[in-house]
Design a binder for this molecule. Structure first.
Ligand code: SAH
Ligand code: SF4
Ligand code: F3S
Length: 441
C-alpha cells in the first residue's frame, strides 16, 4: 500500500521466502510507520531499503547479494540512503553481510525486529540475537487502518525438528508458541479492520501449543475452535504443518468446523523410508499415507498439497520411484518440489551429493506428475458451487478475483460486488492458473 504524506520518509521493503517473512515485513512496516516512515513501491525514491531475506536454498540466499549489487549505484548517488538486511540470511550470515557489502547499514535477525526502529536511529549495526523478550509484544501496535480481506497471523515460530537439510532451526531459533489471548486479540483487531479470512502461520504451525485463556496449555485444534467463534471471521487456514503434529483434535476440527477451509499443506519431502530416515523426518511413507486416509475420512473433499526434495544425499532411482509412487497414491492438489541444496551448518551438508544432472532429471519427472495432478484437481472444480472471497478487481471491467475454499484464484463477472464480499459461485471454466465462475443468485 502506498500512502503519501508530505515530508514523510519513505521505506521500500522487498520480501523473499515464506509467508512468515511476508507477515514480518508487514509488522516491520508498521513499526517503522510509528517512526514516521511510509511505504513506497518505488525503490528509487526510498530513504530506506529493507530486504527481508530467505536462506532456505543457496539460490534464495544468493538473490540478496545480486540485489545488493544493484543497489550500489543508488547508494553512491545518495549516501544517506539507509540499507537494511533482515530475515534468515541476516541471521545466518550476520556481520559477514556488511563485510561483503559495506553499503549495508543494518543487519537484523528475525527475532530482533522490535529493535529495528532503535537501530535505524543509531545508524549502523548488527543485531542477530535471540532476545528473551517476545518481538511480537514489543513491536509497536499498528495504526487502525483497513486491511485486505485475507491476512496472515503468526502464532508459532521457530523449529525444534532439525530435519537434516534445513536451516530454519538455526535461523529462526527454538519453537515458541504465542499465547491464546494475544492471538485472539490480534485476530479480533484484524476482523475489525475488514479481514474475513486468516491464515495462521508457523514453521510448524500445527505443533503450536500455547497458554490458553484458562491458564492450561492448549493444542492447535482447540485454538482453531476458539477462533471460529469470532464473529465476522469467516475462513481459517493454517500453514505449514508437520505430519507428526497432526493431532486428533486438529483432524476433528476439519470434520466439524465449517470455517476451517478444506485445504492442507502437509510436506512429506520423500516417499522413501530410507531417505525419510536420513532426512530425520521421524515418520515413514506408510505412516504419512495412513494419516492422509484419516484426514480424508474427516474431510473427504480436502485438497492436499506438499513439499518434496529430490536428490537428497544417498537418493537412488528406487528411492525416487518410491516418491513417485507416494504422489500417485495421494493425488495432490498442488505441490512444491525442490532440488536438494546443501546448506552450511546443517547435518546433511557434508554428505556426498547426487549427481546434479540426475537430480535435475528426477525433478523434471516429479514435477510433470505433480502438474498433471494439479491440472486434474483444478478441472474437477468445474461445475461445482464454491464460496469465493473477493480480494481485488479482475483484469476486465466489472470483474472481480478472489480465492475459493480450495485456494484457487477465481475470476467472476460481478459489477455490483466489492472487495471483501464472500459470494457463492458456480465454476464454469478452468484456465492454466485460475478458474472462472458465475455468481449464483
Ligand atoms: N517447516 C516446513 C518447511 C519449511 S521450508 C516443513 O517442515 O515442512 C519449505 C520447504 O523448503 C521444505 O518443505 C523443503 O521441501 C524445502 N527445503 C528446505 N530445505 C531445503 C534444502 N536444503 N534444499 C532444498 N529444499 C529445501
Ligand atoms: Fe525445517 Fe524440518 Fe523444521 Fe520444517 S520441520 S522447518 S523442514 S527443520
Ligand atoms: Fe526462508 Fe527463513 Fe522462511 S529461510 S523459508 S524465510 S523461515
Amino acid at each position: 500500500m502506498t500512502q503519501t504524506v508530505a515530508g514523510a520518509k519513505k521505506l521500500f521493503i522487498k520480501t523473499y521466502g515464506c509467508q512468515m517473512n511476508v507477515y514480518d515485513s508487514q509488522r516491520m512496516a508498521e513499526a517503522m510507520g510509528a517512526e514516521g516512515y511510509v511505504l513506497t513501491e518505488d525503490q528509487s525514491e526510498a530513504d530506506m531499503v529493507l530486504l527481508n531475506t530467505c536462506h532456505i536454498r543457496e539460490k534464495a540466499a544468493e538473490k540478496l547479494y545480486s540485489d545488493l549489487g544493484r543497489l550500489k549505484p543508488l547508494k553512491a548517488e545518495r549516501p544517506d540512503l539507509k540499507i537494511g538486511v533482515a530475515g534468515c540470511v541476516a541471521q545466518a550470515e550476520g556481520e559477514e553481510i556488511q563485510r561483503r557489502m559495506p553499503i549495508v547499514d543494518l543487519v537484523v535477525g528475525p527475532q530482533a525486529y522490535h529493535r529495528l526502529p532503535a537501530m535505524v536511529k543509531k545508524g549502523r549495526g548488527v543485531d542477530t540475537e535471540f532476545p528473551a523478550e517476545d518481538k511480537f509484544e514489543h513491536l509497536p501496535k499498528s495504526p487502525a487502518t483497513r486491511r485486505a480481506p485475507a491476512a496472515f497471523l503468526t502464532v508459532q515460530e521457530g523449529c525444534d525438528k532439525f530435519c537434516a537439510f534445513c536451516v530454519v532451526p538455526y535461523t529462526r531459533g527454538a519453537e515458541v508458541s504465542r499465547p491464546v489471548s494475544r492471538i485472539l486479540a490480534e485476530a479480533t483487531d484484524l476482523v475489525s479492520r475488514g479481514v474475513r479470512e486468516i491464515t495462521l502461520l508457523g514453521q510448524n504451525v500445527n505443533g503450536w501449543h500455547g497458554l490458553g485463556t484458562d491458564g492450561a496449555e492448549w493444542g492447535f485444534g482447540r485454538l482453531i475452535r476458539l477462533l471460529a467463534e469470532v464473529d465476522g471471521l469467516d475462513r481459517i487456514r493454517y500453514t505449514t504443518s508437520h505430519p507428526n503434529d497432526m493431532a486428533d483434535d486438529l483432524i476433528e476440527a476439519h470434520r466439524h468446523e465449517p470455517k476451517l477451509m478444506p485445504y492442507l499443506h502437509l510436506p512429506v519431502q520423500s516417499g522413501s523410508d530410507r531417505i525419510l530416515k536420513a532426512m530425520n523426518r521421524k515418520h515413514t511413507a506408510e505412516q504419512y499415507l495412513r494419516l492422509i486416509d484419516r484426514i480424508k475420512d474427516a474431510r473427504p473433499d480436502i485438497l492436499l498439497t506438499s513439499d518434496f526434495i529430490v536428490g537428497f544425499p544417498g537418493e537412488t532411482d528406487a528411492d525416487h520411484q518410491a516418491t513417485l509412487d507416494l504422489v500417485a497414491r495421494v493425488n495432490f492438489g498442488t505441490a512444491f518440489s525442490f532440488k536438494y541444496s546443501p546448506r552450511p551448518g546443517t547435518p546433511a551438508y557434508d554428505r556426498p551429493e547426487v549427481e546434479s544432472a540426475v537430480a535435475d532429471a528426477r525433478l523434471q519427472e516429479l514435477q510433470a506428475l505433480l502438474s498433471k495432478q494439479q491440472k486434474a484437481a483444478q478441472e474437477s472444480m468445474v461445475g461445482r458451487e464454491l464460496s469465493v472471497l473477493f480480494e481485488k478487481p479482475g483484469r476486465l471491467p466489472g470483474q472481480m478475483v478472489g480465492k475459493s475454499d480450495y485456494l484457487h484464484a477465481v475470476f467472476v463477472e460481478a459489477p455490483q460486488a466489492k472487495v471483501g464480499d464472500l459470494v457463492r459461485v458456480r465454476i464454469t471454466h478452468s484456465a492454466p492458473n485460475s478458474l472462472a465462475g458465475e455468481l449464483i443468485g
